[in-house]
Design a protein around this ligand. Structure first.
Ligand code: SF4
Length: 549
């Protein structure tokens, strides 16, 4: 089997892994090396089935000795074609793609070939070729295989920017039922080890940077790579097991708190196998996944506690109203708030006002009294926010009863008008295929009709894609007029889809996270002392071991 065939099989097998956004690392280019990692992270895209992918997201092998009920690569799926990259093949492929500007990093996962250690050794060999032979400085996210020896995990962590160990399912009971080859210990132990190694690495680097009066600072002969500078993340499948959203969010919060998790990803269960242990439904709970991400965002950036977002007696998130709006509806006694005087923390709790919006309000009101027009200019989602605020003493939500039922009906209704509404109007349901034949701005430019002729004609176009198409079309026009090097565009040959084509978009969530992190909100790895303190914390803050039971 040649490399292209292997790539087709192994890239397709990797599409179910969602834990791939937000690198969080920063490393500049250097003479004699190849690549860099920008603070903004690597490019992320949506695949045709709506999943977020990196541009080279691939398995080392889809051979697997395990039999996880939900996985297409499980050993009992005998009809699945199996293959594996040799470490050098994959390293060379990555570099070839990088040099052609197809990718900005590598997301490497793998089935378990023979055992966890053997698989990890192959991954290490691949990354060593990349890092030491090709001197590749770009972003690498490696999946650690549960059950890997601590020594190998340590080596892997010094080669990758981010490590992740999949939690797979929200409880050890479900894990035992659906993934009998994995255990609570084999998953949580590596997470704890990664946390400890990151803290130790940070301490060592801080000490090495200190100057003393009695010792001449001597630079180490060869700098060792930092241990997983972009931290660790994890992923769990939602909907394949009966755990509630309340349980899932508590577990996610404990992972952020106790093992310094950068990100917990939720993946709606996709039925790919027939198995009596799995739910007998074809429904994919994408809306539930979306609500969990919204709740997760509240925990990480808005200062909410899990108990505020969801209650044990009502353990599933409201599918019609987002978690923040739901909290506001349950606490109407705290609203409306005066937007000109409310503290920053209170502004953050208003539906329609985000972190950026709250900061802008605080800054702008120093200079003037804020009213509707100013709030709109600041980018506040005014149609939602107006129901919960007063502007200079006047309630902005006239026309709607200030009751839970009336407000909920307003918030649950699909958005109309405004920025969101206009954007929604322009989006036609369905994902645009990269290979679909649509009228594009390039084609319009060739016909001499100008970019506007094509805008809005293609299926699945959005305001953003139209914007980028318009820019590309202008470039095409310039090129056609000979003002750019490269000659005239001829027919469809110039329209071949590139990995950065208009069908792909940056994930909004990842972008927002990157912006927040770049403003100094990055979670520093806690010291082992802090960890042990948190491990022995009060019973109201359970550890992952307590919840993942
Ligand atoms: S170990 Fe991973 S690849 Fe193997 S069956 Fe389980 S989920 Fe699939």
């Amino acid at each position: 089997m040649d490399v292209a065939e292997k790539l087709e099989i192994l890239a397709d097998a990797a599409k179910y892994d969602v834990a791939c956004t937000s690198s969080g690392a920063s490393r500049s280019a250097r003479k004699g090396s190849l690549g860099s990692v920008s603070q903004a992270g690597i490019c992320h895209s949506f695949s045709a089935d709506g999943r977020c992918i990196t541009l080279l997201k691939v398995l080392l092998t889809n051979v697997c000795v395990c039999d996880c009920a939900y996985c297409v690569n499980r050993v009992s799926n005998e009809e699945v074609p199996r293959t594996a990259f040799r470490p050098r093949e994959l390293a060379d492929l990555t570099i070839g793609f990088y040099r052609r500007n197809y990718i900005e990093g590598l997301f490497l996962s793998s089935g378990v070939i023979r055992n966890a250690d053997f698989t990890t050794e192959l991954m290490i060999q691949t990354l060593e070729i990349l890092r030491y032979e090709h001197r590749f400085r770009g972003y690498i996210h490696a999946k650690a295989v549960p059950g890997t020896s601590p020594e190998l995990l340590d080596r892997l962590g010094h080669l990758a920017d981010r490590l992740s160990v999949n939690l797979e399912l929200p409880s050890a009971q479900s894990l035992k039922r659906l993934a009998p080859d994995k255990s609570r210990t084999s998953i949580l132990s590596p997470m704890r080890q990664i946390m400890a190694s990151m803290a130790e690495d940070a301490d060592t680097r801080a000490l090495m940077g200190k100057r003393t009066t009695y010792l001449t600072p001597v630079a180490p002969k060869r700098k060792t790579r930092a241990f997983a500078p972009a931290g660790q993340s994890t992923q769990m499948i939602i909907g394949a097991s009966p755990e509630s959203d309340h349980h899932i969010l508590n577990l996610a919060a404990s992972l952020y708190r106790s093992v310094g998790m950068r990100r917990v990803f939720f993946s709606a269960y996709l039925p790919v196998n027939d198995d009596a242990r799995l739910p007998a439904t074809d429904a994919v709970q994408l809306n539930r996944e979306h609500r969990l991400y919204q709740a997760d965002w509240l925990l990480r950036f808005y200062g909410f506690d899990v108990d505020e977002v969801i209650e044990a007696r009502n353990p599933f998130l409201d599918p019609l109203v987002d978690p923040k709006a739901n909290w506001a509806l349950n606490h109407l006694e705290q609203f409306p708030i005066e937007v000109n005087t409310a503290p920053y923390e209170t502004l953050l709790r208003v539906p329609g006002i985000g972190v950026r919006g709250a900061k802008l309000i605080v800054r702008a009101r120093r200079h003037a009294t804020l009213r509707e027009d100013t709030l709109r200019k600041l980018g506040i989602a005014y149609k939602r926010a107006r129901l919960f605020i007063t502007c200079d003493g006047h309630y902005a939500g006239q026309g709607v009863d200030f009751t839970r039922e009336a407000l909920r009906a307003q918030l649950a209704a699909p958005p109309e008008g405004g920025r969101h509404g206009r954007r929604a109007d322009k989006t036609i349901p369905g994902q645009l295929s990269l290979f679909e034949s649509v009228d594009t701005p390039e084609k319009a430019a060739i016909r001499g009709e100008g970019p506007k002729a094509a805008l809005g004609k293609g299926a699945g176009r959005t305001a953003e894609s139209n914007y980028w198409d318009a820019r590309r079309a202008k470039a095409c026009e310039r090129e056609a007029l000979g003002s750019m090097p490269g000659g005239t565009i001829v027919g469809d040959a110039a329209l071949s889809p590139s990995p950065c084509g208009s069908g792909l978009a940056d994930t909004p969530g990842a972008g927002a996270e990157k912006r927040l992190r770049s403003r100094g909100r990055r979670r520093a790895p806690a010291s082992p002392d802090a960890r042990s303190a948190s491990a022995g914390a009060t019973p109201s803050k359970p550890t992952p071991e307590m919840l993942f039971a």
